[in-house]
Design a protein around this ligand. Structure first.
Ligand SMILES: C[S@@+](CC[C@H](N)C(=O)[O-])C[C@H]1O[C@@H](n2cnc3c(N)ncnc32)[C@H](O)[C@@H]1O
Length: 208
């Protein structure tokens, strides 16, 4: 019962605060400048990306947790473009094959239970010329100690942070799902504990 209360009434607010760390907000800006037209954002969260879209017409805001989406209300109303909430997980996307130019994920791939199926779905709905834009925390492959700690602490992290895995090798998962990263930038985000500080900003297209 206490855990349920935490999940419903505490975690969404914690998420909203933590995800506004200035170094993360800077990366949102950098990632989203290149996005235009219609965009599908998976794991929309509390709407923190909305302020950084410069040239979009519609954001399909896919978010499976209504308690989290609820906290996005003010940002959604203030957006100067259409925002459509879709109550769904990324494992089953309600879009036709090859129908989207842009899919965005910001710190969402870590939380998706069936990541392989979600990546298959993103691949399916992207046009052959489409782009998957992402920024995610990742497994630290350059630091063995942190990597080991990430493996050790992921079961606890999944409990306290709504399914979040600390130890996903995102670039490999993308390549296994037949994506090719044409832009990759690894960095350590300021203001984030070392265990989750290693990040990847990438743009990926479908391998033909
Ligand atoms: C760490 S939060 C990031 C939120 C937001 N993208 C941001 O940048 O602030 C992870 C988000 O992924 C969502 N999520 C969890 N499982 C998911 C799934 N299977 N499909 C899509 N989103 C999911 C969570 O509800 C949460 O909003």
């Amino acid at each position: 019962m206490i855990y349920k209360f935490y999940q419903l009434h505490i975690f969404p607010h914690l998420l909203n605060q933590v995800m506004q760390v200035p170094s993360l907000m800077d990366k949102r800006r950098e990632l989203l400048l290149a996005v235009s037209g219609e965009v599908l954002e998976i794991g929309f969260g509390t709407g923190l990306n909305l302020a950084f879209y410069q040239n979009v017409d519609t954001v399909f805001a896919l978010e499976p947790n209504p308690d989290i989406f609820h906290l996005a209300a003010k940002r959604v109303h203030a957006a100067p473009f259409e925002v459509q909430h879709i109550l769904a997980g990324a494992e089953k996307l309600p879009f036709a094959d090859e129908s989207l130019d842009h899919v965005v994920s910001t710190w969402t791939l870590c939380s998706i239970a069936d990541i392989e199926t979600a990546l298959e779905e993103i691949y399916r709905v992207l046009k052959p010329t489409g782009t998957f834009h992402l920024v995610e925390h990742v497994q630290h492959n350059e630091n063995r100690k942190i990597k080991q700690l990430q493996h050790l602490l992921t079961p606890i992290q999944k409990k306290v942070a709504d399914g979040c895995h600390l130890d996903r090798h995102m670039q490999k998962l993308l390549e296994d799902a037949q994506f090719e990263c044409f832009e990759t930038q690894y960095f350590d985000a300021e203001g984030i504990p070392k265990i989750g500080q290693r990040m990847l900003l990438a743009r990926a297209r479908k391998l033909s």
